[in-house]
Design a protein around this ligand. Structure first.
Ligand SMILES: *Cc1c(COP(=O)(O)O)cnc(C)c1O
Length: 223
């Protein structure tokens, strides 16, 4: 079996095991294959193994790879920091954006989302451990931003995303789940918790993740 297909099988198995251990249905968890810095040929290999959701961090790099692949059923997810001057490329080429953390960017994506496409599926990136070095809005700012995004017709608010400090275990994931629960109770419709990467997938699934973003465990380590 080719390496990427083999890795995908193992990651899917780990998701199943983590879900079972947590008493959850594995089909409630989407696997996002993070293909940043990897080639279109690598993506093609994962596609042939059944993978349909791919995550990219750099808009320009992603659009170049999209042009080399001719699969209309791939869902492209933008998961890198969103700079103002890259928002148009994201609005025009991606299905999802996981890293919306301020109103200005949400408004630009809303304006720039082409009319012939469905609304852009959006997660709010939350800086759950209030790490100075990281992007994401603070937990206390999330309700106001969520309420604003809900009013933008070309965006569809799907949920929350976070990247906790490495090695911080289950706690930040549980905190994000609690935050999502309280926002839903206050009337925000959301069905997605985008959390968990190669190293902490099991903790994230245990805490309620519905979408894990996995790069190196599928494609190998990055240069
Ligand atoms: C690179 C990246 C990932 C994947 O990380 P791995 O450790 O390779 O699984 C997930 N999420 C985001 C936001 C990333 O930038």
């Amino acid at each position: 079996m080719p390496k990427i297909a083999d890795n995908l099988t193992q990651v899917r198995r780990l998701i199943q095991q983590s879900a079972s251990a947590a008493g959850r249905n594995p089909s409630d968890i989407t696997l996002l294959a993070v293909s940043k810095t990897k080639t279109a040929a690598d993506i093609e290999e994962a596609y042939q193994a059944g993978q349909r959701d791919f995550g990219e961090n750099y808009a320009q790099e992603a659009v170049e790879k999209m042009a080399q692949l001719s699969h209309p059923d791939i869902n492209w997810h933008f998961i890198g920091p969103i700079q103002s001057n890259k928002s148009r490329m994201i609005a025009e080429h991606f299905t999802w954006a996981h890293t919306v953390d301020r109103l200005k960017i949400a408004e630009r994506l809303n304006q720039q989302r082409p009319a012939h496409l469905p609304p852009l599926q959006v997660c709010i990136q939350v800086n759950i451990d209030a790490d100075e070095a990281k992007s994401g809005c603070l937990p206390t700012e999330t309700a106001i931003l969520g309420d604003a995004i809900r009013r933008l017709p070309r965006l569809h608010l799907r949920g929350l995303m976070t990247i906790p400090k490495e090695g911080s275990g289950r706690k930040p994931f549980e905190d994000l789940a609690v935050l999502a629960h309280s926002l839903r109770r206050d009337g925000l419709c959301m069905d997605t918790l985008s959390m968990g990467m190669s190293a902490d997938l099991s903790d994230a699934v245990a805490a309620g993740s519905t979408l894990v973003r996995v790069g190196s465990a599928i494609f190998g380590s990055r240069a």
